[in-house]
Design a protein around this ligand. Structure first.
Ligand code: NAG
Ligand code: NAG
Ligand code: NAG
Ligand code: NAG
Ligand code: NAG
Ligand code: NAG
Ligand code: NAG
Ligand code: NAG
Ligand code: NAG
Ligand code: NAG
Length: 778
């Protein structure tokens, strides 16, 4: 975010030169990941590394230096090394090797990646938190012995969010450490921040990810997510006076361990795996991962570092919570969708940042959204001009380009000293570049007319800008057309709280179904991810500090990156109440207690106003308090996930290599099939490929985690066109029967033209255990 496009170009050129120089004598080598499945119980970490070296040596010809970039040896086995294509192929054929793949670069899930690439001073990522976020079950005490690990950009340890005031020493075993670097050492850690490691640099990587091998956060993202998950309460936090309130993490008593895997160029898969490997051995309880592959790069479960690392984490009882991605609202854009991961979508909160427009004449103010830090007078007002009316005579300039304020299309004399109105579409040059160019050309303010609703308020630090929707622009254009000398001003930003309706699904939040299988419903859950206020480095480097202000130490960001740590905080609280629960049990508690209604007491919608579905929000908006006492849970363990992999299409040989330390005698059932994926004991149900006149039955098992003897009764909410039968309709849990199964049969008369969604709810009169379902013909 802070690095400039020109830096990328420069570094890339240097790299090209270097590789050309080497290329003469040496074939092109890339960093590859060699994944070898579970770490054999019998091997020590040292012998495992020795095995990796031997394997590598066996394929490297000539007198080359043999070097492991990483050796994965605690949570699972494998390594990263520079290899030629031929060497990679040779290794992939060796015994015990599950997969070999080029080290991918993943991205942080703040705002859209194309925004990120278009560089921009990343004003677009900057924006805020909500009145109700951060309260995630934080009233619950406890959690002092729960450790949340984050794979991110590092941490700014001096942030007040990481103060350990009032905390007691950790009571359980912790193998983590705070690594030493030029600007970081163990004195930066305390009873809140108990671990910090860095992987984001490696000399042999073609793109060294950062210049120093320090866990210090030069970006801000990691400081933000860590403080959202488990930051201590900081009163009077604000973004330069906006959104003032107490900033506090979802689980303010939990401890934090940071694993820095991302640098300026993104987050390498080999670093991500190294972080998983250490986090498992260190003893974290919950991992919060706000990054992932883009929706267009579709790695399989055995070539996706996040799927691999999280499988072994979950196998060792570590809960893994991941962001769903910011590639929405297109269907099938969700990533991090393995069934052992809790996948989080993003919603708005009940706060908006309004910068309204006052027009000359007797017009009402037009509601705009943005955060500005500059001062325009309320009166007299400023001349107003539409970009199209300022079109230059140059023959490259069109009505279209001028109306969108492409600067070379404008007659700069005409915009000088005026507020310029510009249309803006998703594919245009980024907003911040257009705004910067207009500012440099002498405009005194900008009104952007967006063709799509964006729930994110952009912050413009030293220039008056506001954004409105196309529909709201009608009045503005009518005024401009009807007046010889139109005038306007942009009013001060106000934070409107109790905004209704909220939550809404954010436009950018990635949507289901998963491109990998339609028989698991993803995403799983939704949480606040728009304009979230949280901790930020106290440096000028990474934050956009308004002129004349000191770095505030807080920033407003948007993305599923921000929603993920909210849920990680809730997961940590659930875990601290129920230390023996499996990751699946914690997920079930969070999903079956989710909220489906907004603060206007109607069903959840997207931020464009349409009714939202489980492909947008999974089981609903996270309910931090109810998740602590779910009554019943859908449990699952490593065997269930192995069975999933059989049904998905992996063979017994591959699956044994992935996980034979858990289950020596595991065999895929002969009847394994994609249809049976729906039988995984998941807290939601997804059935695909259901044709007209057909029936499909799935089974589920519920475990009673509440009062000893209790009866639950089912109720089903179904759309027209589908018949749903649950057998039995009553589940009587006694002391002997803590776990009971039921079957659900779905049948349809006519083939469906689109997916249908419904709900299956078990209730004991007090508690409600609710699961969404989706059925589709394809
Ligand atoms: C799998 O089991 C075999 C024999 O039981 C053993 O030789 C091998 O090392 C194991 N592999 C892993 C990854 O645990
Ligand atoms: C750790 O860093 C602090 C401040 O940068 C410095 O004062 C201290 O001497 C360092 N401690 C060690 C053990 O290097
Ligand atoms: C910490 O390390 C010790 C010794 O290597 C090991 O026995 C223990 O299992 C580790 N703790 C965790 C939580 O992995
Ligand atoms: C129009 O474009 C042509 C080719 O780019 C250029 O030679 C010519 O000078 C331009 N005319 C004007 C009026 O700008
Ligand atoms: C204003 O005038 C422009 C042309 O100058 C026209 O395209 C637009 O439709 C008019 N808008 C309104 C609301 O009258
Ligand atoms: C709130 O709900 C009522 C009726 O249920 C509806 O008329 C109103 O428009 C809603 N308000 C918002 C802001 O959506
Ligand atoms: C940040 O910038 C201000 C003024 O531009 C300067 O006084 C201050 O020293 C800078 N702080 C850091 C940490 O660089
Ligand atoms: C299992 O699958 C792997 C990868 O697709 C393949 O290489 C291997 O030959 C298969 N093994 C058997 C026994 O089918
Ligand atoms: C598949 O086979 C297993 C035994 O390997 C059996 O328990 C299960 O009921 C079968 N499932 C179906 C749907 O036929
Ligand atoms: C954050 C904020 O609202 N900043 C400024 C926006 O502009 C008005 C004046 O137009 C200022 O009063 C605000 O402080």
């Amino acid at each position: 975010m802070k690095f400039l496009l020109s830096n990328i170009v420069t570094l890339f050129h240097i790299f090209l030169l270097l590789s050309l120089a080497n290329g003469m004598e040496e074939k092109k080598k890339d960093v590859y990941i060699v994944y070898m499945g579970a770490a054999p119980l019998a091997s020590s970490p040292e012998t495992l590394t020795q095995t990796h070296l031997e394997l590598l040596t066996s394929v490297i010809k000539r007198q080359e230096q043999v070097k492991l970039i990483h050796s994965y040896k605690y949570g699972f086995s494998g390594f990263a090394a520079k290899l030629s294509k031929e060497e990679a192929l040779a290794i992939s054929q060796k015994q015990g090797v599950v997969s070999v793949f080029v080290d991918p670069i993943y991205q942080l899930h703040t705002t859209r990646s194309w925004d990120f690439l278009q560089l921009q001073n990343s004003l677009e990522t900057s924006l805020t938190p909500g009145a109700n976020e951060g309260d995630a079950g934080s009233s619950s005490t406890g959690a002092e012995d729960t450790i949340i690990g984050l794979l991110d950009t590092g941490i700014w340890p001096e942030s007040p969010s990481f103060s350990d005031k009032g905390m007691k020493p950790l009571k359980k075993r912790w193998n983590g450490t705070c690594v030493k670097a030029d600007d970081f050492n163990s004195s930066n850690c305390n009873m809140k921040l108990i671990g910090a490691r860095s992987y984001a640099t490696d000399d042999s990587s073609p793109f060294p990810l950062t210049s120093t091998n320090s866990p210090r956060d030069e970006d801000g993202h990691g400081t933000h997510t860590a403080s959202t998950a488990a930051g201590s309460a900081v009163s009077d936090a604000s973004y330069y006076g906006v959104a003032t309130g107490t900033a506090k993490g979802g689980s303010p008593n939990s401890r934090i361990a940071m694993y820095k895997v991302c640098g300026d160029f993104g987050c390498s898969g080999s670093s991500i795996l190294a972080a998983f490997d250490d986090a498992i051995a260190d003893g974290v309880d919950v991992l919060s991962i706000s990054l992932g592959a883009s929706a267009f790069f579709r790695p399989d479960f055995n070539t996706d570092p996040i799927a691999i690392g999280s499988f072994h984490a979950v196998e060792k009882n570590v809960m893994v919570v991941c962001s769903a991605g910011n590639d929405g609202p297109s269907a099938e854009s969700v990533v991090n969708a393995a069934p052992w991961i809790l996948t989080v979508a993003a919603t708005t909160i009940d706060r908006k940042f309004e910068s309204d427009i006052a027009l000359g004449g007797n017009n009402d103010a037009i509601k705009g959204e943005a955060i500005n830090f500059s001062i325009l007078d309320k009166s007299p007002m400023y001349p107003l001009i539409y970009g199209e009316s300022a079109k230059s005579n140059s023959n490259s300039s069109t009505d279209q380009s001028a109306s969108h304020c492409e600067v070379e299309s404008l007659d700069l004399k005409k915009i000088k000293g005026k507020i310029v109105v510009c249309k803006h579409s998703e594919d245009d040059t980024s907003k911040s570049i257009i705004v910067d160019q207009l500012k440099d050309s002498g405009a005194i303010g900008v009104i952007l007319v967006n063709d799509q609703l964006k729930s994110i308020a952009s912050a413009y630090l030293d220039f008056p800008v506001t954004e409105i929707l196309l529909q709201a622009a009608e009045e503005l254009f009518t005024y401009i057309n009807s007046t010889k000398k139109p005038v306007a001003t942009i009013l001060p930003t106000i934070a409107v709280t109790n905004y209704k309706p909220a939550p809404q699904i954010a436009y950018f939040s990635s949507r289901g179904p998963s491109s990998q299988t339609k028989n698991i419903l993803k995403p799983d859950i939704a949480a606040p991810g728009v304009n979230i206020l949280a901790g930020w480095p106290l440096s000028n480097l990474s934050s956009n500090v308004p002129p004349g202000q000191k770095p505030s130490g807080f920033n407003l960001l948007s993305g599923t990156s921000m929603s993920c740590p909210h849920v990680a905080g809730v997961a940590a609280n659930v875990k601290s109440w129920n230390p023996n629960w499996s990751p699946a049990a914690i997920r079930s508690a969070i999903m079956t207690t989710a909220i489906l209604m907004n603060n206007n007491k109607t069903q959840l919608t997207t931020d464009s106003g349409s009714i939202a579905t489980p492909y947008d929000f999974g089981a609903g908006e996270v309910n931090p308090t109810a998740a602590l006492q779910p009554g019943l849970i859908y449990d699952a363990g490593p065997e269930d996930y192995l069975l999933f992999l059989c049904n998905y299409g992996y063979n017994t040989t591959t699956i044994k290599a992935i996980s034979n330390s858990t289950l020596a005698g595991f065999e895929c059932p002969k009847n394994s099939s994609k249809d049976l994926i729906s039988n995984l004991n998941y807290p939601s149900i997804a059935i695909s490929n259901l044709q007209g006149q057909e029936k499909k039955t799935v089974s589920r098992a519920l475990t009673n985690v509440g009062a000893e003897e209790i009866t639950y009764t089912v109720s089903v909410q179904s759309p027209v066109g589908v018949d749903v039968k649950v057998v039995p309709e009553k589940l009587q849990f006694t002391k002997k029967n803590k776990k009971l199964t039921y079957q659900v049969t779905f049948s349809i008369k006519d083939s469906l033209t689109s997916e249908l969604f419904g709900w299956i709810t078990w209730s004991n009169g007090k508690q409600r255990v609710r699961s969404p379902y989706v059925i589709s013909s394809k």
